[in-house]
Design a protein around this ligand. Structure first.
Ligand SMILES: Nc1ncnc2c1ncn2[C@@H]1O[C@H](COP(=O)(O)OP(=O)(O)O)[C@@H](O)[C@H]1O
Ligand SMILES: [Mg+2]
Length: 469
């Protein structure tokens, strides 16, 4: 993984660098060469003028031959050029050209240039190869004049090897800088990719460990860039996964425990009957006890199933416009039947119909649990009240009792799965501890809320808030 990311970055970097270097050295070479040619042209042009003047002075007899050649040498030295001042005309042009050129045969170009000079023109060539000087040269030619008369031409060859050398040197420098940049850049790139890849590698390893069910240490976060944020998100995900796993383990442990308790007692009773330890007269009583346990198991498995449905998110609420007051009255009436010989006041406190858009079956389930709890945890002589009211666009259901109450510290916990305040296993308070969790989930699916509080006069009140629609 590391190699491939580094290679990609390196290729891009090297490619860009090469392109920049090539373009840069091309531009520099062209600019420099053009400038040198321009300079040459100017210096040759003034050298030509001087040479013509010196020639004129000689022809006028103002200076001698020695002085002439001295002057010419000096002009040639200053202009860095070889200077030929030649008298010729159309007739001997070919012959003179042949002498100038290396080969016995004069080249076409030279002859064309020389006849152009006779016609009064100037010539300037860049990059003509001179065999005599064995290098590329600039050739500049001027007509040689005396008064208005054209006597021949002044030909100057300036070698270009210095320009070529300079350009070459310049390109070497550019190349050197490029190689330096490549080396330094590669080092940086190596360091950078290493830094980028370390957390990614860590995450890869951690993901493998997580997938195989092991726990992994959190990824250290060194920066707050994209990678740092990814690592942070990864750590968060890992934390959540561990939490979920813990909850799942706890849930399974709880379920097994809850299932085992009634099963153990049923098995005990059955064993007693089989072994004949239980007398004939007591059989019926034990069968009733077993019936209780079976009912408990039945209730528990039903609740676990509900929970699974609610948590998988596949549960669809069948919402309809429902009169909650009516729903409460019906539910309470049916629960009254279960009170049996218990001496308890169970009342609905609601005047007018209160409509809300809810799933009536699910809301009945919530009510059964809340009222069932209130009845269960309120001793004889107590009172359980249910009220329905409206608060703005919200509908409030209130279930309050004068029962044993819930300790302040337990209030935040009672909605957790399997949480029961009384853990002694008092059969009067029997239950799985799933009811309130299911109730809260149903209420929240309705976008509502549920709270519990201690009442000042003792007892407990649960309030459910539901949006009207
Ligand atoms: N009205 C109430 N008065 C006192 N305690 C209550 C009341 N309602 C709930 N509780 C406490 O909250 C716990 C969880 O309730 P719930 O989830 O319905 O489980 P269960 O009814 O199966 O015990 C109960 O075991 C009980 O300790
Ligand atoms: Mg309950």
């Amino acid at each position: 993984m590391g190699k491939s990311l580094f290679r990609k970055l390196f290729l891009v970097y090297a490619g860009v660098l090469t392109a920049v270097v090539v373009v840069l050295s091309l531009i520099l070479s062209v600019l420099y060469t053009n400038r040198m040619y321009e300079e040459k042209r100017q210096s040759l042009s003034s050298a030509g003028t001087m040479a013509n003047r010196a020639m004129g002075e000689y022809l006028d007899g103002l200076i001698g031959k020695d002085r002439l050649s001295q002057n010419m040498d000096m002009i040639g030295y200053i202009a860095d050029a070889r200077i030929y001042a030649i008298r010729y005309n159309e007739e001997n042009l070919a012959e003179i050209a042949a002498q100038l050129a290396d080969e016995s045969q004069a080249d076409e170009e030279l002859m064309t240039d020389m006849s152009a000079l006779l016609g009064g023109e100037q010539v300037f060539h860049t990059r003509a190869y001179s065999a005599k000087l064995d290098t590329d040269v600039v050739l500049a030619g001027f007509p040689m004049t005396q008064g208005n008369e054209i006597l021949g031409g002044i030909l100057m060859y300036a070698p270009l090897d210095r320009v070529t050398r300079d350009v070459l040197q310049m390109n070497y420098v550019v190349l050197g800088i490029a190689i330096g940049a490549l080396l330094v850049g590669t080092l940086f790139l190596l360091q950078l990719t290493g830094k980028i890849l370390q957390p990614i590698r860590d995450m890869q390893l951690a993901a493998v460990r997580l997938a195989s069910g092991e726990s992994a240490a959190p990824i250290p976060i060194h920066s707050l860039d994209e990678i740092g944020r990814l690592a942070k998100a990864f750590n968060h995900m890992q934390e959540q996964l561990m939490k979920t796993e813990e909850v799942r383990r706890g849930f399974i442990a709880n379920v097994s425990h809850e299932l085992r308790t009634p099963l153990t007692s049923i098995r005990g009773f059955l064993q007693g009957m089989i072994d004949g330890v239980i007398r004939q007269e007591a059989v019926r009583e034990h069968l009733l006890l077993m019936m209780d346990e079976v009912m408990r198991l039945n209730k528990l498995t039903g609740e676990i199933l509900d929970l699974a449905k609610l948590q998988s998110g596949t549960l669809l609420l069948m919402k309809e416009r429902t009169d909650l007051r009516l729903l409460v009255m019906e539910t309470v009436a049916s629960l009254k039947g279960l009170l049996g010989e218990r001496f308890l006041q169970l009342e609905v406190e609601a005047g007018e119909p209160v409509f809300a858009y809810v799933d009536p079956d699910r809301m009945r389930q919530v009510l059964v649990n809340l009222v069932g709890n209130a009845v269960k945890f309120t001793p004889d002589g107590g009172r359980v009240g249910v009220s329905v009211s409206r608060d703005g666009s919200e509908v409030l259901l209130d279930v309050h009792d004068t029962g044993i109450g819930i300790p302040e510290a337990e209030l935040p916990l009672i909605f957790d799965k399997f949480h029961r305040v009384d853990k002694s296993g008092n059969p009067a308070y029997g239950g799985s501890g799933l009811g309130l969790n299911i109730a809260r989930t149903v209420v929240e699916l309705h976008r509502g809320w549920i709270t519990a509080r201690r009442l000042p006069e003792g007892g407990t009140a649960f309030t459910v808030g539901l949006p009207e629609n």
